[in-house]
Design a protein around this ligand. Sequence first.
Ligand code: ATP
Ligand code: MG
Length: 349
Amino acid sequence: ATAARQSLKIGLIPADGIGKEVIPAARKVLEAIGSDIPKPEFVPLLAGWEVFVRSGTALPEETVEALRECDGALFGAVSSPSRRVTGYSSPIVALRKELDLYANVRPVISVAANPEEKPAVDLVVVRENTECLYVKQEQLVPTENGKEARATRLITERASRRIGKMAFEIALGRPRKQVTIIHKSNVLSVTDGLFRETIRQIPFDSNGRYDSVKLEEQIVDSAVYRLFREPQIYDVMVAPNLYGDIISDAAAALVGSLGLVPSVNAGDKFVMGEPVHGSAPDIEGKGIANPIAAIRSAALMLRHLGYTAPADRIDRAVDQVIREGQVLTPDLGGKSSTNDVLDAVLKKL
Ligand code: ATP
Ligand code: MG
């Protein structure tokens, strides 16, 4: 990504629940960055359950069209109905398809008590987001001995190569520059074998670009074990869709509240920041949602657009607020509000 833009147009899709509380906070932080980025122009857009109830569609066509004109976007959260509702499907899944956001990138970072110390956890999960078992090709087949259920698992060279490249690019921007391929090719030698071999080939085709990146690999089950025992061994983990889904949630559990963990959905032409948490109906409207995941998602979006320095500034401001521990929302054991935390971050900025 390059940062040579005249303007920065950012779609804002708060969607449902606490999305409507944390996305405005992230917007204020982007507005406060100043001249390190082009003055952002924000485009408020609709999606989600509430707009579905009002209009019959969870992702209005205008939203998709407007996003195509944007450089990036921030998405809040969607409520999901407790039972299947005819005509409703997740706008996030649809947006990933429409905008070809093939990667889900989730940094998981703990904040060390002392700013000189290294954080105990500082890793990024890079999850392939378009194929694997989630192509949803399932069949129920009646047999003589009862029903049989089958699913197709799709792994392509093309998708494996582009997710692998994304992982290498992210590693280049990090001090340790290490990529770990997560797979199970000892059992699934064809599908996971292709994923693994394709990524292992990338450095050889890179004209030396990835010479500084150390490539490792790990079988998925032992990777989860080691993730919990010694998370510090990981830097960038790259995984097919299903393993990546599980590992990215497991990794988020290492740093406490869901209210802290950011993500982006990224493609080659577009990036959408999204806090990992959901719409949190239990705390909606109380003004106590932790805005940090959304604020860090805004920083991560900037990072993917090539604005590394302002992204670092936002993350450092957030780190300071967490480290001081004076202004925290209840999920982190504090008594402060969403706005108090936002103000504290703005002050540090
Ligand atoms: P959804 O169906 O939208 O995912 P959910 O009920 O699963 O809703 P989550 O948003 O996934 O809710 O949150 C799970 C728990 O974590 C809830 O108790 C919620 O209050 C809490 N939580 C999630 N995000 C935050 C946040 N930003 N600040 C504080 N607490 C949060
Ligand atoms: Mg949830």
